[in-house]
Design a protein around this ligand. Structure first.
Ligand code: GSH
Length: 120
């Protein structure tokens, strides 16, 4: 089972690398504003999870420098995700609206829809 996971994971990462999208170009002032907004976003994700790859590709395509945290590799990230979102599932986008208003968004389709609506 582990070997199948390893092969599938390697395949997903290779295809992702080979077909990696280009990031959109924004005027510098606009990109700076987008970079600033991205400080309030964190994506909890696994490296070879296909749903996470889809979301990371959207981040790349939309030129969004969002912090990535991997709950498999970081015990702190795992604790944060479970404590904040209530379950260990990825991808999960943490949206910090300020003043303690934090939203934890699950599901790759919902996350991609949110990012496109906000940044595309
Ligand atoms: N429909 C979800 C599927 C996400 C999903 O199945 N994620 C897996 C990793 S590839 C996971 O976190 N599984 C742990 C669990 O379900 O408890 C999406 O599109 O984001």
């Amino acid at each position: 089972m582990r070997i199948i996971h390893f092969i599938l994971g390697s395949l997903i990462l290779s295809i992702d690398w080979l077909t990696s999208p280009k990031g959109i170009q924004r005027p510098a002032v606009k990109q700076t504003a987008v970079d600033e907004q991205c400080h309030n976003l964190t994506l909890y994700q696994y490296k070879a999870c296909p749903f996470c790859v889809k979301v990371r590709r959207t981040l790349k395509r939309l030129s969004l420098p969002v912090e990535l945290r991997d709950p498999k590799r970081s015990i702190d990230a795992k604790k944060e995700l479970i404590a904040g979102a209530g379950k260990l599932k990825v991808p999960c986008l943490k949206i910090d609206g300020g003043d303690g208003d934090v939203q934890w968004m699950f599901d790759s389709k919902e996350i991609i829809g949110y990012l496109e609506l906000r940044f595309a």
